[in-house]
Design a protein around this ligand. Sequence first.
Ligand code: H79
Length: 441
Amino acid sequence: MSGLVQAETKEESDQRMAWFRDARFGMFIHWGPYSVPAGEWKGKGVKDNAEWLQSYEKIPVAEYTSLKDQFNPVKYDADAWVRLAKDAGMKYIVITSKHHDGFCLWDSKETDWDIASTPYKNDLLAPLAEACRKHGVKLCFYHSIMDWHHPDWGKKEPWRGNALNPSPDMDRYTAYMKAQLKELLTNYGDIGILWFDGEWEDAWTHERGKDLYAWLRQEHPKLIINNRVDKGRQGMAGMTKDDKYAGDYGTPEQEIPANGLPGVDWESCMTMNGTWGFSKHDETWKSAETLIRNLIDIASKGGNYLLNVGPTAEGKIPAASIERLQAIAAWMKTNAEAIHGTQTSPFPEIPAWGRCTSRPLENGKTRLYLHVFDWPADGLLVVKGLKQKAESASLLADPSSKLEVKPHADGLQIQVPATAPDAIATVIVLDLPQLSLLDDF
Ligand code: H79
């Protein structure tokens, strides 16, 4: 996909993608003036996606713009947010520098539709950049291509009102976007990813996508750029149709590909409830168990999990999100080794009892991490398809535990404790001298 920047060899590309492939887990942050109405407009609750309120409710730019007067996140604590992410095992943070409403979380020289025009006034990205640097978390920006506010964004939607230029000039709009991206890429230290979105509208073309990708990589050779910079995405599955399109990785949204996407880098972005931007009405929270198992599922298929939080207009991450991130942190404290830097499951089928991740060890050995969701009632975990002897098996939570491994008609069987040490997912470490699977798997 990144063949568009010709100077890069496969080794260079692998090197550029290395941190992303190791990370497996990141935090998405959707934050902007939409967190003021928080999913409610004129007394009426709007449907999911609180950040889409302006479009759902057809709010003219002039009216929507007044929300800035109430966006005053005095309780924002960037350091606490980064610690929350880091403790949960998240290696990167992707924050909305600009969402579809066009509002900028930093003081942009290119527009007044930004944080500097709010009562809060202060750049929201700078403290986050500082905290990320301090805690060793990569800072990344989500930047919407579609822009309901900018007069030159080329989709003529009548509800945008007088602010829309009667003949929108997409060259001028692209120059605006590039000037802003330059600010974002020069004022906040090294940026890990640019995460584009809103590329599907006709105003954005394949030519513009290719050009933007090449321009960014020219200036910032190490940058990673998602596939929504260009027009190759296939619906919400998020994958690119063929390699004439620019972009370094696929972006399934609110879904996990059933069998992963072998040979391609990808990241599933998902919400904890049903909305990206904060909504005071949405209580459809997924359980910590679901979130942890999603992370494991995605890692076992070779992808990354980009899990969203939607802070309030005051600058607080909702308590329900914090609780879930803390539950993930508790699980990761013991089990991070089975997630970070791991590779896919070697098995052609998803095991009946859970998921598997792997890690090559020295001397051709392989370590398998068996993430057991459904604990065997008879205390025997059957790992189908393995035809060799295992060196050892133990609980990741207790390296001194020695679990007996024996051959089984279908592969290997491991004698496990009578009850699951961790009801969400217990990880068993299985070291193999070499990995070989039964032919008739
Ligand atoms: O920022 C969050 C959402 O606000 C944003 N993406 C996440 C990360 C989002 N944008 N749009 N949507 C969610 C839903 C819109 C989907 C569609 Fe399409 C746009 C359906 C048809 C056009 C793109 C092209 C997806 C499917 C085809």
